[in-house]
Design a protein around this ligand. Structure first.
Ligand code: CTP
Ligand code: MG
Length: 230
């Protein structure tokens, strides 16, 4: 398989405040992780998937992988303290899989309803451009910088702002070289790749790819799921 996908699902979901780690919270009867993997399973291209899960939910994650992905297409590894540690664990597992992967996508399980088309678009653009690729939406809010308190120090030009989503895609070999060379503390997926001198471009994101962070986000995602079921 030439496409590798790391699904980071090892966060605790502090801001959601549920009794389960966030990826194992149910959205209309299906866990966020299962929603995310279902979109991946619908890709035309075969993909090798690594789910990065919390230590206390490794078995639950394996059950979901076995149910949603074809045998041999998915595996589960333990996450780390920070999101970037979890990404690194997933990348290492992909590298060890022995598959001839040319393109890697890194996806948040918290963006559970991301449409299959977004994954396909990101992967195709990585191959067309050899750039890092991020799905993005136009900024609709007015955004200001502040002095860290109440005072506004500037208002951003909205036409030059974008809201970034996942999956973020990279040529696999170049991405691994970039993270190996990155200084500690310089840890965002894309900024590591850009710091190594590679271009990063956006493709169209999707409103359904919202990141479920708060209880209100979960309500919005439920509305989207309901619309799809109609
Ligand atoms: N994530 C991860 N490992 C971590 C932290 C986060 O795999 N150590 C994953 C989450 O599972 C999620 C994605 O990164 O799919 C985005 O993180 P976020 O939305 O912040 O999720 P949580 O960290 O779980 O939520 P919170 O910050 O509210 O605790
Ligand atoms: Mg977090």
């Amino acid at each position: 398989m030439r496409l590798g996908i790391v699904v980071v699902a090892a966060g605790s979901g502090t801001r959601l405040g549920a009794s389960e780690p966030k990826a194992f919270v149910s959205l209309r009867g299906v866990t966020l992780l299962e929603h995310a993997l279902t979109a991946i399973a619908r890709l035309d291209e075969e993909a090798r998937v690594v789910v990065v899960a919390p230590s206390i939910r490794l078995d639950a994650a394996r059950d979901i992988v076995d149910r949603v992905l074809a045998p041999g297409y998915g595996s589960v590894v333990r996450g780390g303290t920070e999101r970037q540690d979890s990404v690194a664990a997933g990348i290492a597992a992909l590298a060890e899989s022995g598959e001839p992967i040319d393109t890697v996508l890194i996806h948040d399980a918290a963006r559970a309803l991301t449409p299959t088309a977004v994954f396909a678009r990101v992967a195709a653009t990585v191959r067309d451009t050899s750039a890092g690729v991020i799905p993005a939406l136009p900024m609709v809010d007015t955004v200001a910088t502040t002095d860290g308190g109440d005072a506004i120090t500037g208002v951003a030009d909205r036409s030059r702002l974008a809201v970034l989503q996942t999956p973020q895609g990279f040529p696999f070999a170049a991405y691994r070289e970039a993270i190996a060379a990155a200084e500690a503390g310089h840890t965002d997926d894309t900024s590591v790749f850009a710091a190594a001198g590679h271009p990063v471009v956006t493709v169209a994101g999707d409103e359904a790819a919202l990141k479920i962070t708060t209880p209100w986000d979960l309500r919005r995602a439920e509305l989207i799921a309901d619309e799809r079921a109609l």
